[in-house]
Design a protein. Structure first.
Length: 302
């Protein structure tokens, strides 16, 4: 039997440090928003007969007046070219430059796809994406409070919902902090796929938290221990299952991360980080929070 709840100061201090570092990173560096949010274009080209280097592509497109150019080869052999401009003239100039580069070495260039998003649409997507996260958090509070409305005392049902939201906010901030650091040092972008990953992490994390809380609810009426001991026993009972389930999911995501295509890599990374930190928060953040509130309630009555 591990003394997880009894050592809650250690876990909560560690979580506080993670959240503080994440907030600091977001304050100094922010997020590197992709063209989904800032507006711009994404062009995928397949070269045949000759595969130019990134430097050669950059030199060939210099005359097109493209800014914030990001060139990324894919494992399928094509080349992704991201740039801020979204005008048709820039698009045609880039196509011409790539065809000229390939033809000069006896090859050819074929456009596979082209997506363009205007700045106003990008800002609208950004606003709606963050609104979606906030709405999901509020609905989860209401759902958990309703699900635990008949829970045995000494903690009110709405506090279970609030503890879950504290854990979810912890998860979101840490994931955002990780991507803020990666965006600053590695150029990792935040796009709509990232928002989908965050929403998936929220669902996964709250499910894990409810499993822990539900075991506590089952044990409370028949437990001879105090509230702290009952919660600790409940956490230990579900610990192995939670860790094994999350570990299996992370293994699959790591396979996608290292062997999958570049277009899904950031999505898999966000899920892997989120599931890992979500499992941690369900055990080491949410459960200690309800114990702290129970102790605060007893002090007030005394």
């Amino acid at each position: 039997m591990l003394n997880i709840i009894q050592n809650r100061k250690i876990w909560l201090t560690f979580s506080g440090i993670l959240v503080a570092l994440s907030i600091a990173s977001l304050s100094f560096w922010g997020l590197n928003f992709g063209i989904d949010f800032t507006g711009g274009s994404l062009l995928e080209t397949q070269f045949s007969g000759y595969q130019p280097s990134i430097t050669e592509i950059q030199d060939s497109l210099r005359s097109a007046g493209v800014s914030n150019l990001v060139i990324q080869p894919t494992q399928s052999g094509s080349t992704l070219i991201r740039f801020r401009e979204s005008t048709q003239s820039t698009h045609l100039a880039i196509d011409a430059g790539l065809e000229k580069l390939a033809a000069s070495h006896g090859g050819s260039a074929k456009e596979l796809s082209f997506n363009s998003i205007g700045p106003s649409i990008g800002n609208e997507l950004k606003s709606k994406s963050f609104d979606a996260v906030i709405i999901v958090l509020l609905v989860m509070v209401a759902f958990i409070a309703f699900a635990f409305r008949k829970v045995s005392k000494p903690v009110a049902s709405w506090k279970y919902g609030l503890a879950a939201i504290v854990a979810l906010a912890h998860d979101v901030l840490v994931v955002l902090g990780v991507f803020s650091v990666l965006g600053h040092f590695a150029g990792t972008e935040v796009n709509t796929a990232f928002i989908a990953a965050v929403l998936t992490v929220l669902g996964y994390s709250v499910n894990d938290t409810i499993i822990v809380f539900d075991r506590t609810r089952e044990n409370l009426p028949k437990s001879s221990q105090d509230f702290e001991g009952t919660v600790n026993t409940s956490v230990n009972q579900v610990l192995t299952r939670s860790v094994n389930t999350s570990f299996s999911a992370i293994l699959a995501l790591l396979a996608i991360l290292f062997f999958g295509g570049s277009s899904i890599r950031d999505f898999a990374l966000a899920l892997a980080v989120g599931i890992f930190i979500g499992t941690y928060s369900s055990i080491f953040v949410a459960s200690p929070m309800i114990v702290i509130w129970e102790k605060m309630g007893r002090r007030k009555k005394a």
